[in-house]
Design a binder for this molecule. Structure first.
Ligand code: HEM
Length: 506
């Protein structure tokens, strides 16, 4: 009886809702006076462009849409309007010529879970706190890392540990993922904490696994849906997993920082954490209050450097080795160049200028693998009129790096792995403006110098020592270059053989 009574009311509610949605759909574009300026696929109320954007191939869909709607367009991720910037000229114009206007960070609900309420640290912060932490981190990266002999020596030492692990497989197929991540992570760990970890250290490996896991979770369909409709998908399993990982990693960072605090000698700073703590102590001694230098900010900044410095560089190295196994002629050429220029001794950073082919292979891998296809999302810091389009303050902006690294008007063969993109007719290395793997402008990757040194030394030392091949019975052509679903474009799980080429002299 009760059900029967409810039926007409439910039908009326449904009809009224459908009517409102229909009117909204028909007239919606006119409600936002400014929207007519920005092209883009037509959104449905509430759902936005959900049905035009496949969460499983989010970046490729945006890339395809850019071919139809041009270099500045909008998509609606659920009810959230997002501006997409596409193509080298437009992305550079926004990030470099309008650096301040496009320089804030957008925190989607997923990123919000990663950064926590305070939104401090570097990656997810804005304003004065971001400026101070980025400046402080850059000084420290310079002092403890980039361009320094000490960093070069640390990388060379770590290469040896990695070579030992590879050698233990005796040419049999294995997944390179874990050991590469451990090795790469140890470089940023040395800079941040002042020391490396053993690969068997459970605390260390758990921290890396959770950080990598978070990238995978962020790229999952359920997290994309959570970003669009947080109130519905907040209970999604992947979201809860992400939150658990973040909490665990924060706890672990605090433990590591606590240990360093207990043995701090301000006259002999071991790494970034020590310098931060020493600076904090100095401020306290001088009775200066500077809210940026609190322990929570140190935890976030340390976690940011650890995460940003591990997955990116590790993923790129895995792509290079996979590409070498797939294109053995290119691997042969790198090895021939190395034999000619370096011979049997350990490769050093200064050899790079004499190894243009190896350098071109690294750059081409970064271009082709395109590991951060939408960079890390930005947002406008103020109202801005950009290329004739009005964009309101606080609008999320995705600089589509895919459309820069694969820009058909910039690259001779954008969809092919072709190291010649970075070589002139005499075989000399050439820089290309559209190489924007590290983004550009005020948010550009502060770890670029360190990452480039790592990629160069790890890659050249590994191919000097080993030839990478597919597992027996797998043809080169069959090696799959389809990326796995993740926030970064990561190679799908695969195995390779590292065939020893004999020793080198250190
Ligand atoms: C191959 C390796 C790497 C690539 C491709 C890469 C790429 C990027 C990209 C595209 C961004 C986003 C820039 C933007 O918002 O426009 C970024 C940000 C960042 N990267 Fe890297 N990165 C790499 C390695 C590193 C390393 C080794 C570190 C550690 C020192 C690092 C630390 C950071 C930090 C802290 C940010 C945030 C900057 C900010 O918000 O101001 N990255 N990186």
């Amino acid at each position: 009886m009760e059900n029967l009574f409810l039926q007409p009311t439910s039908t009326t509610t449904l009809l009224v809702t459908a009517g409102i949605l229909l009117v909204w759909y028909v007239f919606y574009p006119n409600f936002d006076r400014k929207r007519k300026d920005l092209p883009g696929p037509r959104p449905l109320p509430l759902f936005g462009n959900l049905f035009q954007i496949n969460p499983k191939s989010f970046n490729s869909t945006l890339y395809e849409l850019s071919k139809k709607y041009g270099s500045v367009f909008t998509v609606y991720l659920g009810p959230q309007k997002v501006v997409i910037l596409a193509g080298y000229k437009t992305v550079k114009d926004a990030l470099v010529n309008h650096a301040v206007e496009f320089g804030d960070r957008y925190s989607s609900p997923g990123f919000h879970d990663l950064s926590g309420e305070q939104r401090n640290g570097i990656i997810f912060a804005n304003g004065d706190s971001w400026k101070e932490m980025r400046r402080f981190a850059l000084i420290n990266l310079r002092d403890f890392g980039m361009g320094k002999k000490a960093a070069e020596n640390k990388i060379i030492e770590e290469v040896q540990y990695l070579i030992d692990v590879f050698e233990r497989h005796e040419g049999q197929p294995f997944s390179t993922a874990k050991s590469i991540n451990n090795a790469v992570s140890n470089i940023i760990s040395s800079i941040v904490f002042g020391s490396r970890f053993e690969y068997s250290d459970e605390e260390f490996t758990l921290m890396i696994t959770r950080a990598n896991d978070n990238f995978r979770l962020l790229g999952s369909s359920s997290l994309q849906l959570y970003n669009m409709f947080p109130w519905i998908f907040q209970w999604a399993r992947n979201r809860r997993h992400l939150k658990r990982n973040v909490a665990e990693n924060r706890k672990q960072m605090k433990r590591l920082i606590g240990r360093l605090q207990g043995t701090l000698n301000v006259e002999m700073c071991r790494g970034f954490v020590d310098t931060f703590l020493a600076h904090r102590q100095k401020l306290e001694d001088l009775k200066i209050t500077d809210a940026h230098y609190d322990i929570e900010n140190l935890v976030s900044t340390t976690a940011n450097l650890f995460v940003a410095g591990t997955d990116t560089t590790g993923t790129t190295l895995r792509w290079i080795l996979l590409l070498m196994a797939k294109y053995p002629q290119i691997q042969d050429q790198v090895q021939a160049e190395l034999s000619r220029v370096v011979g049997d001794r350990q490769v050093r950073a200064e050899d790079r200028k004499n190894l243009p082919f190896a350098d071109a292979v690294i750059h081409e891998t970064q271009r082709f693998a395109n590991i951060l296809p939408i960079s890390v999302p930005h947002q406008t810091s103020t109202d801005v009129t950009f290329q004739g389009h009005f964009i309101r303050k606080g609008t999320p902006v995705f600089p589509l790096l895919t459309s820069v690294l694969w820009d058909e008007s910039e690259w001779e063969s954008p969809h092919t792995f072709n190291p010649a993109h970075f070589l002139d007719k005499d075989g000399k290395f050439v820089k290309r403006d559209a190489f924007m793997a590290f983004s550009a402008g005020r948010r550009a990757c502060p770890g670029e110098g360190l990452a480039q040194m790592e990629l160069f030394l790890f890659f050249t030392s590994l191919v000097q020592r080993f030839s990478f091949t597919p597992p027996p019975g797998v043809k080169e052509d069959d090696l799959d270059l389809t990326p796995a679903l993740s926030f970064t474009r990561t190679p799908s799980p695969h195995e390779l053989c590292a065939i020893s080429r004999g020793g080198i002299q250190n």
